[in-house]
Design a binder for this molecule. Structure first.
Ligand code: NAG
Ligand code: NAG
Ligand code: NAG
Ligand code: NAG
Ligand code: NAG
Ligand code: NAG
Length: 570
């Protein structure tokens, strides 16, 4: 073995090893990272996300802010525009819990009920729960609306029942929201609806009985992302079905995320969320890229595709026609239900083709008018979502607060509202992991008021959408969660940098070894020659000379030096 090999070869091998490691990290890391994401984000009883998904009470609190509209001139209805003062916010800490959780490994889904609890937070509120508010009498308006196609006698009796009533009620905030208030019409309704599957209540309140109950949000069946992380959080069934009975096919499909989990690898394409409060999916459109605690996120907001009344969307109808037909629970749903799609498309084309210039969309049987399938005959101006069916016949219409992004005529009909960007419903997702950075869920509840020929109380009322209340649930990632997420997101760059450093160091070591090898090759023959000479030569002086020469040579290898020295002393 040549003396120089020991160390240099060691460095060379180390170099090779580093290069190999660097390259493999470079190529294997993405797979490994994918694995981390797959395991880390998928929902399982042992995953990190499970605990906070199961019960949010350990998390930093989220607050539901409720604003009510105080109708200040109810006596003047018909003579002047209704005027509203916004009051609030009334702030409630919201806690979400899951109940009856069952993981189904056979189809990678989880089934559960959801429970929501609200705790009043007086400090954050602007007002108390005992504040009095004047609002449209929702019970009377709903009853009149509900029976508007019923027999004359029914409507006449309702007219009699309502004869000593006013169009508005003055209640406390607590009554309107949680405690509810009684009304003899409710009792009557309960009696009449006894046999139907429509839930009836003895009191009315927007959140009456909902606090702590699992009965309202329904039963969910959601993808866990166990084998395919791109499915994470997608709602597969709601109330044990993959369609709802509330809207026409195919708008009755259960689709989109259940709202809490979003698959990683977000693009700027639309995202869909299924809202159990509205019984329908909502489409969010990419708006901008924003930053929360230095983490970039894509902000998606509700816009024209959800709020418009003639939004066209492509549906996979080959599948849709195999879904069970839409069934409705109430007689007044006069719509004919289409199980096969084509006829609907044709009707729609005939009716609306003049409206739309996009021939391609019009002629594609898989593209349908979404606005059209949420209304039966009469449609709403854009900006209002008709959830009458989802509310068992009460004329409830959802919009963004203050009719933001809605048809100006809706806002024009009333006084006192002023829409702005704060009234936007948005979700911000971190694109690589799909983790929500911020959610601002806002909705305004409106009641459609319209005149009735028979019911006296509603003889002369204008056709108007009356705002009742709006709420905002804002959840934002905390500084601590953000720093963890930043670390995770920095991993790929860190790994890439370290693998590049490894490759460079490795290459340097190899290059060093190679250089030395060739350097040695040039030096070696001359040394050998001198050594031979030394051995041949018997003259002591010459030996000493040789030793001296050797000492002056630049050879750093101490082994050789010692050899020489020993040899010279002999
Ligand atoms: C709402 O309006 C009514 C009548 O105009 C008034 O008496 C009441 O004080 C108002 N409520 C609040 C909370 O301002
Ligand atoms: C509190 O409510 C009053 C009227 O109800 C309103 O004038 C005021 O701006 C509100 N304050 C905040 C901080 O919202
Ligand atoms: C909701 O229920 C919880 C627990 O039962 C209770 O502590 C809380 O006060 C209730 N919230 C409201 C607004 O009634
Ligand atoms: C998955 O399996 C469970 C149990 O068999 C079932 O209840 C659920 O509906 C299934 N989900 C889907 C999407 O098929
Ligand atoms: C709202 O939807 C219900 C049920 O689908 C329908 O009967 C009603 O005509 C719709 N109203 C408007 C104004 O679109
Ligand atoms: C759809 O909305 C537009 C704008 O708000 C309105 O002019 C139009 O009448 C609506 N269409 C229907 C069918 O109601």
């Amino acid at each position: 073995m040549r003396p120089w090999t020991n160390k240099s070869l060691g460095f060379g091998i180390l170099g090779l090893f580093l290069v190999a490691l660097g390259i493999s990290i470079c190529f294997l890391w993405p797979i490994f990272f994918h694995h981390i994401i797959q395991k880390g984000l998928a929902l399982s009883p042992t995953s990190n996300s499970f605990k906070i998904w199961y019960d949010t009470s350990e998390l930093p609190p989220m607050f539901l802010e409720v604003y009510l509209f105080n109708w200040t001139n109810p006596e003047e209805l018909g003579k002047e525009k209704p005027h509203y003062d916004q009051i609030g916010p009334y702030c409630f800490r919201e806690v979400r819990q899951k109940d009856n959780i069952t993981f189904h490994h056979e189809n990678k889904t989880v089934s559960y009920f959801q429970r929501r609890l609200w705790y009043f937070d007086a400090e954050r509120s602007n007002g108390t729960l005992n504040d009095t508010v004047s609002q449209l009498d929702v019970v009377a308006a709903s009853a009149a609306h509900k029976i508007r196609f019923w027999h004359y006698d029914f409507q006449n009796s309702l007219s009699f029942l309502l004869s000593n009533k006013k169009l508005f009620t003055i209640k406390t905030v607590d009554e309107l929201l949680f405690t509810g208030y009684t009304d003899n019409i409710l009792a009557l309704g309960k009696m009449m609806m006894q046999d139907s599957e429509i839930p009836t209540f003895d009191r009315f309140g927007w959140f009456y009985m909902r606090n702590g109950s699992t009965m309202f949000d329904g039963h969910f069946n959601m993808e866990t992302g166990e084998d395919d992380i791109s499915q994470l959080g997608i709602l597969r069934k709601w109330n044990y079905k993959d369609t709802t009975k509330f809207y026409k096919t195919p708008c009755n499909l259960i689709e989109g995320s259940a709202g809490e989990f979003w698959p990683p690898g977000r693009t700027k394409d639309d995202i869909i969320l299924f809202s159990s409060d509205l019984c329908r999916p909502l489409v969010y459109e990419y708006e901008e890229t924003t930053s929360h605690f230095d983490i970039e996120g894509y902000r998606y907001a509700i816009g024209g595709k959800t709020l418009g009344n003639s939004t066209r969307r492509r549906y996979p109808h080959d599948q849709a026609k195999f879904f069970e037909p839409t069934t409705t629970t109430e007689d007044f749903f006069v719509a004919e239900h289409t199980t096969v799609f084509e006829p609907t498309a044709t009707t729609f084309n005939n009716n609306y083709s003049s409206e739309n210039t996009d021939e391609y969309l019009n002629n594609d049987p898989d593209v349908i008018n979404m606005g059209n399938c949420y209304c039966n005959g009469e449609c709403t101006p854009s900006g209002l979502l008709n959830i009458t069916a989802c509310r068992y016949g009460a004329p409830v219409f959802i919009s963004l607060p203050h009719f933001y992004k809605a048809d100006p005529t809706v806002l024009d009909a009333i006084d006192g509202l002023s829409p702005n960007e704060d009234h936007s419903f948005s979700i911000t997702l971190e694109p690589i992991t799909g983790i929500p950075l911020e959610v601002s869920a806002v909705f305004q509840v409106n009641i459609h008021l319209h005149s009735s020929e028979i019911i006296e109380l509603f003889h002369k009322v204008p056709n108007i959408y009356m705002p009742m209340l709006w709420f905002k649930l804002k959840v934002e990632i905390t500084e601590e969660m953000a720093s963890n997420l930043r670390m995770l997101l920095a991993l790929p760059t860190m790994m890439l940098c370290s693998s590049i450093v490894m490759i460079i160091v490795g290459l340097c070591l190899i290059a060093g070894m190679v250089l030395r090898y060739f350097g040695k090759k040039r030096h070696m023959p001359s040394t050998e020659v001198t050594m031979e000479k030394m051995i041949d030569n018997s003259d002591c002086e010459k030996k000493a000379e040789m030793v001296y020469m050797d000492k002056t040579s630049n050879n750093e290898d101490s082994n050789i030096k010692t050899d020489r020295r020993l040899y010279a002393k002999q």
